[in-house]
Design a protein around this ligand. Structure first.
Ligand SMILES: Nc1nc2c(ncn2[C@@H]2O[C@H](COP(=O)(O)OP(=O)(O)O)[C@@H](O)[C@H]2O)c(=O)[nH]1
Ligand SMILES: [Mg+2]
Length: 461
């Protein structure tokens, strides 16, 4: 674990700016009580003499001028039983833009330092109150855009992911010890059964890493939202689909080809998964400049898409440009909707081997729920069941797990040869895997890694 800075006392406003009933100013560090005593004007005892886990009610005054700044509640937490693990006080004052700011100014003048973004949570991590996956869960919870995303963050905050990662770490640590022990055996005394057992344990580790990696798609959608781009030739029903999925008349639908010229975006939450739907200008050799620019934007949107919903008028034969367009996509990233079958059907799924497709009429009987299911099936791949604790890894976890998986596989390969000269490289590979798994929950993280993570937090968290 990184060495904590020599602790100073930090302060920040923890509530969002703007008008609200209450604002909270947080103070944490060795001087938190001394500062509270200097600002508090109320019935004795002084805050520092009060029992932890209690609150005091009184005025908060500027110690320099004596001016009363607000009437407030002061919550008292004593190390290690606080969010940061340090002595802390929270001042609950009136909301709005002035009271909290003036109290913070008074604290800063009295010797506190303005906290950096995420510094309270960083201290909680450095003081061993939470691990890095839990610190990240705090951020996920604040940014959660749906109830499902919040549920995932809460489970992670309660250590659901951390427990699995630490179990993985312990399993690898035991393997590492055994591989290192093998290095010390004289050649003729090498126990034959040990390498096999180690290989089995490494296979189990590799399967667990793979299982965790499989949750990345869901984690990505829940944290970042997925971009779903609706594309196809003009007049095939793209805007009709956007409106159906959005549940409102967002885009103009008309029988005139080339109606949608700019990309149109709409945020929706589908089964708890936040999605950004993008309706686009129809792809064709456009007659006018405005439409050409629209088509350029369509291509840009497609490049950033997690999934392309490609609409086709199935009452007509598939055109060559449509066939080319579909062929340009990886099959995992495209679903073809064969629309307008109320007008006849000239194309079926058999014309699109290896591509996910649905036959439908958006106008006569739109299967909106089925389309939604198909979208989620494609982008989430394996949703975490509601019966078990939801776990879905983030990009950072995925990066570390991919390297770890590689190292574990290299270890297995080295040990397979059974030759002594491979034991030392095998030991090195296990250790690298161990380092990567450790990074996930915060073992041996560099200051740089921590700064990058906590700078994404807001001030006061
Ligand atoms: N017959 C029929 N017409 C449809 C269907 N879906 C959309 N349309 C019509 O096709 C025309 C073009 O639709 P629109 O959504 O604007 O297509 P876009 O140009 O791809 O955005 C409109 O008149 C729609 O009402 C369908 O399933 N059957
Ligand atoms: Mg349109």
């Amino acid at each position: 674990m990184a060495v904590p800075h020599p602790a100073d006392t930090i302060a920040a406003i923890a509530t969002a700016p703007g008008e609200g009933a209450i604002a909270i100013v947080r103070v944490s560090g060795p001087d938190a009580y001394a500062l509270a005593d200097r600002l508090f004007r109320g019935p004795s005892p002084l805050p520092s003499a009060r029992a932890p886990g209690t609150f005091a009610h009184g005025a908060i005054a500027d110690p320099a001028s004596g001016e009363v700044l607000d009437d407030a509640l002061l919550l008292i937490f004593r190390s290690p039983h606080s969010y940061t693990g340090e002595d802390s006080v929270e001042i609950q004052c009136h909301g709005g833009s002035q009271a909290a700011r003036r109290i913070l100014d008074a604290l800063l003048s009295a010797g506190a330092r303005q906290a950096d973004p995420g510094e309270f949570t960083k201290r909680a991590f450095l003081n061993g109150k939470i691990d890095l996956t839990q610190a990240e869960a705090v951020l996920d919870l604040i940014h959660a855009r749906s109830e499902r995303a919040a549920r995932l963050a809460t489970a992670q905050l309660e250590d659901a992911l951390g427990r699995r990662i630490r179990a993985l770490y312990d399993a690898l640590l035991a393997v590492s010890a055994d591989v290192e022990a093998m290095l010390d055996f004289p050649d003729d005394e090498l126990p034959q059964s040990v390498p096999n057992d180690i290989a089995d344990r490494l296979e189990a580790v590799s399967a667990e890493i793979q299982a965790l990696l499989n949750t990345w798609h869901e984690g990505h959608v829940l944290r970042d939202g997925a971009r779903i781009v609706i594309a196809g030739a003009p007049n095939v029903g793209k805007s009709t689909l956007l409106n159906l999925l959005a549940g409102r008349d967002r885009a103009i639908v008309s029988p005139h080809p080339g109606t949608t010229r700019d990309t149109i975006e709409e945020s929706v939450v589908l089964n708890g998964y936040p999605l950004q739907l993008v309706d686009t200008a129809g792809l064709r050799d456009a007659p006018c400049e405005i439409e050409q620019e629209g088509i350029r934007r369509t291509r840009r949107a497609l490049a950033e898409a997690d999934l392309c919903l490609c609409l086709v008028d199935a009452s007509q034969p598939l055109s060559d440009p449509e066939r080319d367009f579909i062929g340009q996509h990886e099959p995992e990233r495209i679903v073809v909707l064969l629309n307008k079958i109320d007008l006849g059907q000239k194309i079926g799924p058999e014309n699109l081997p290896g591509i996910d497709s649905m036959v439908l009429s958006l106008q006569k009987s739109p299967p909106t729920a089925k389309i939604g299911e198909k979208i989620l099936q494609k982008i989430v791949q394996k949703p975490s069941g509601s019966d078990q604790e939801p776990i879905a890894i983030s990009e950072r976890h995925r990066y570390a797990l991919l390297i770890a998986l590689d190292e574990v596989k290299s270890t297995i390969n080295r040990l397979k040869t059974g030759s002594e000269s491979d034991f030392l490289p095998a030991a090195t590979h296990v250790r690298s895997a161990l380092d990567q798994i450790g990074f996930i929950f915060g073992k041996n993280c560099t200051e740089d890694m921590l700064d990058r993570l906590f700078s994404r937090f807001c001030v006061g968290k």
